[in-house]
Design a protein around this ligand. Structure first.
Ligand code: ADP
Ligand code: ASP
Ligand code: MG
Length: 469
């Protein structure tokens, strides 16, 4: 199926679908019922495919599963999405360094391909042709809305990585069929945050996947992206490839899902922030939902619900130590947990009061939440007091700016920036005390076994004065 990028792509081959649809459907359902239970879903994120050696490592992991049916979901390589975001910004702002940013992305991919394939291999043309979609878009002046442009450009990261890896696996004797995820995952047109149309996605899956899986042991597709009913590309939100893998797991009723990460499994905190973290061997779906809801960066928050719904076990495994047990997330069993810490950076506290000295009443709150929704601002904590409403939000400057401008008409707003939101599940007082060293607490909430604290660093000078006193 062809997807529209700018004005250049061709529309859907509709006639083919009308004729082929019903036949595919029946055959598809038949095959689905006999074989899909045995399908595993593997997801390899950016870090696991960041360079040629990493891709070779993925192939060696997969060799151990050569006898299995696996649908493999891949992200863009390494930090490609960040690099493509720079291309988007440069294009929208028409900056001089636009072509340079784009060239950097292309060069990094060609450097990897040169290490994996012989000269003249067809992947060179296939990757060039994929990047051409960005050329087409940036040749024109930017006229569409930012989020739409973003999705058409940034999705190319997953398109090229999936083509490279599928070709490499096939060359290694691991017959792999490439799948366009947009032929299965259908979303609405909320660009950068596509909402999945589950009914249509399931129908697409029944039509497309059984045939692919019957013919190949490995099918490889992109994470992070979906397509609209009009064949435009959407993305599912940053780090959304885990969610894509969960969508495929759900529609295939998969036997299990495994996400391969650069950590031994789920840890009691982010190892980039804390030294003394330990692996958690077992988590229930509920606990995983809570952790990711509060911002644990190891799994995308939307991942767990679909697999919980079908009781599909989720393994978080290390691509560095593939034999390691990892963490199993599943439904059963009473599990007791150590304190688990989640830190969200880039937080802002907004203190909102009315201009006419009245209390912040329900109709004000209704209007405020409509604005949070309009600007897609994530509300992480809130407190309503007599004359003000305080709310901790994720500070995405582009969005907050629009919000503040609209609030200005009816409200006084004071904003504290540069804050962190620390959440501790199953907290113990001594752990909280250690976490708060050098921090000032601006906002605190305790609900059952969870404590949340909005904090800011105490300036070094002030700390010295306090220590002396
Ligand atoms: P991917 O390569 O799939 O995109 P991510 O980089 O998104 O993987 O997720 C893995 C990273 O998540 C780890 O490198 C680690 O720094 C971070 N992380 C944050 N919180 C946790 C946690 N509780 N347990 C394990 N890793 C965590
Ligand atoms: N490539 C996308 C990102 O970096 C999606 C993902 O990796 O999960 O956000
Ligand atoms: Mg990631």
């Amino acid at each position: 199926m062809n997807y529209i990028c700018g004005a250049f792509s061709k529309p859907y081959p509709l006639i083919f679908i009308l004729f082929a649809g019903p036949a595919y459907f029946e055959t598809g359902s038949l095959i689905l019922s006999t074989m899909s239970k045995a399908t595993k879903i593997f997801k390899f994120g950016g870090a696991s495919i960041k360079d040629a050696d990493a891709i070779k490592n993925v192939a060696s992991i997969l060799k151990a599963y050569a006898e299995h049916k696996i649908l493999i979901v891949v992200s863009a390589m390494g930090k490609t999405t960040n690099a493509l975001e720079k291309v988007v910004d440069a294009y929208v702002n028409q900056s001089e360094d636009l072509l340079q940013h784009f060239e950097t992305v292309k060069q990094s991919h060609f450097a990897i391909i040169e290490q994996l394939f012989p000269q003249g291999h067809e992947i060179f043309t296939s990757v060039s042709d994929t990047f051409v979609e960005i050329d087409w878009m940036i040749e024109e002046d930017p006229q569409d809305e930012y989020d739409y442009i973003y999705d058409q450009i940034v999705s190319i990261g997953e398109m090229v990585s999936s083509k490279i890896i599928a070709a490499y696996l096939s060359d290694q004797g691991l017959g792999t069929s490439w799948l366009d995820a947009r032929d299965v995952i259908q979303t609405d047109n909320t660009y950068r945050d596509g909402k999945v149309d589950w009914a249509q996605t399931s129908k697409n899956a029944d039509r497309v996947l059984p045939v692919k899986l019957a013919d190949n042991d490995f099918v490889l597709t992109q994470g992070f992206i979906g397509g609209t009913s009009e064949n435009f590309t959407t993305t599912l939100g940053r780090e959304g490839s885990d969610y894509s893998a969960a969508i495929f797991s759900y529609v295939l009723d998969a036997e299990s899902m495994s996400i391969w990460k650069d950590v031994p499994g789920i840890l009691t905190g982010d190892p980039r922030l804390f030294d003394n973290v330990t692996k958690i061997d077992r988590l229930t779906y509920m606990e995983a939902i809570e952790m990711t809801y509060y911002g644990a960066k190891v799994i995308h928050p939307k991942t767990i619900k679909p697999i919980q719904n079908k009781s599909i076990p989720l393994y978080v495994k290390s691509f560095i130590d593939p034999e390691g047990e990892g963490t199993l997330i599943s439904g059963d069993g009473e599990v007791s947990y150590p304190p688990v810490v989640v830190v969200e950076r880039d937080q802002a506290l907004l203190h909102i009061s009315t201009r006419d000295f009245s209390f912040v009443a329900e109709h004000h709150l209704g209007a405020l939440f409509a604005l949070f929704d309009k600007y897609r601002i994530k509300v992480n904590m809130m407190q309503n007091m007599a004359i003000s409403f305080s709310v901790c939000v994720t500070n995405i400057p582009r969005r907050i700016k629009g919000l503040l401008e609209e609030l200005d008409a009816s409200f006084n707003v004071r904003m504290d920036e540069g804050l962190e939101l620390i959440t501790v599940r199953h907290y113990k007082e001594e752990v909280v005390k250690t976490l708060l060293e050098g921090k000032m607490v601006l906002f605190e909430e305790r609900i059952r076994n969870t404590i949340q604290l909005v904090v800011k660093d105490v300036p070094v000078m002030k700390r010295k004065v306090e220590e002396k006193a």
